[in-house]
Design a protein around this ligand. Structure first.
Ligand SMILES: N[C@@H](CCC(=O)N[C@@H](CS)C(=O)NCC(=O)O)C(=O)O
Length: 232
């Protein structure tokens, strides 16, 4: 049966899974829910009440990294490296992408310029570690696309959206290899097709509802009056 991905349009964790499905050319169904008002059927089957879920036959799999591992084992070609040590290291960096993802989220909610800049520096320090590890290109492991690539691409996309209203977040001066990696990932079809077309605008709408420092670079003309209540 065709697997079904349960999604929230702007969720970076769902996007990780969509990238893996797209890269492997797997046929899948997708159902979008509104996390602001989740449907009963979703609350009934999602143990943590979070997306993504992948429904295979009637089995529900949750946690994006685990879903990606399942997809990798169930469908060829294998994206994880065969070498056990390299595979373990890939998993470590996938785990680390959760920290980077959290900083990216925090960048959107910090209200004061100073707090925003502190988080930005934490994010960049995290990227220093990735930069030190990166050696090859175009992908994390070199020529072969991997689940590490699926995990970082949604972060790079969001940072690119932020850069378009703020200023460059990742620079070639501090992170030359990372910038090349980001550019390779963002030009991939599997990444471009992993979200709805209007993702950039939806992301800005989300920033608007969060009303963090960064939202001041969006204009009231486009997004309406500033909300008095912040939504995460
Ligand atoms: N560790 C989870 C994180 C998933 C996650 O945080 N999803 C968010 C949307 S981007 C969610 O469903 N939030 C709903 C909630 O926390 O109630 C994964 O990797 O799948």
């Amino acid at each position: 049966m065709t697997p079904k991905l349960v999604s929230f349009k702007v969720c970076p964790f769902v996007q990780r899974v969509a990238i893996t499905l797209q890269y492997k050319g797997i046929d899948y169904d997708i159902e979008y829910i509104d996390l602001g008002s989740p449907p009963e059927w979703f609350l009934a089957i999602s143990p943590l009440k979070k997306v993504p879920l992948l429904i295979v036959d009637s089995t529900v799999i949750f946690e994006s990294a685990v879903i990606n591992e399942y997809i990798d084992e169930a469908y060829q070609p294998m994206l994880h490296p065969e070498d056990l040590l390299l595979k373990a290291i890939n998993r470590s960096w996938i785990e680390f992408s959760n920290n980077i993802s959290l900083y990216t989220f925090k960048l959107t909610i910090k209200e004061r310029k100073n707090d925003f800049e502190n988080i930005l520096e934490e994010l960049l320090k995290g990227f220093d570690l990735v930069e030190d590890y990166l050696s090859a290109k175009p992908f994390f492991n070199g020529e072969q696309f991997s689940l590490v690539d699926s995990s970082y691409a949604p972060i790079f996309q969001r940072l690119e959206f932020l850069a378009q209203i703020y200023k460059p977040i990742i620079s070639s001066k501090r992170h030359p290899k990372l910038v090349k990696w980001k550019d390779s990932l963002l030009s991939l079809n599997a990444v471009k097709c992993s979200t709805v077309e209007e993702i950039q605008n939806l992301y800005y709408q989300l920033l608007w509802t969060r009303q963090g420092y960064i939202s001041q670079f969006l204009s009231e003309r486009e997004y309406g009056k500033r909300p008095t209540k912040r939504v995460y």
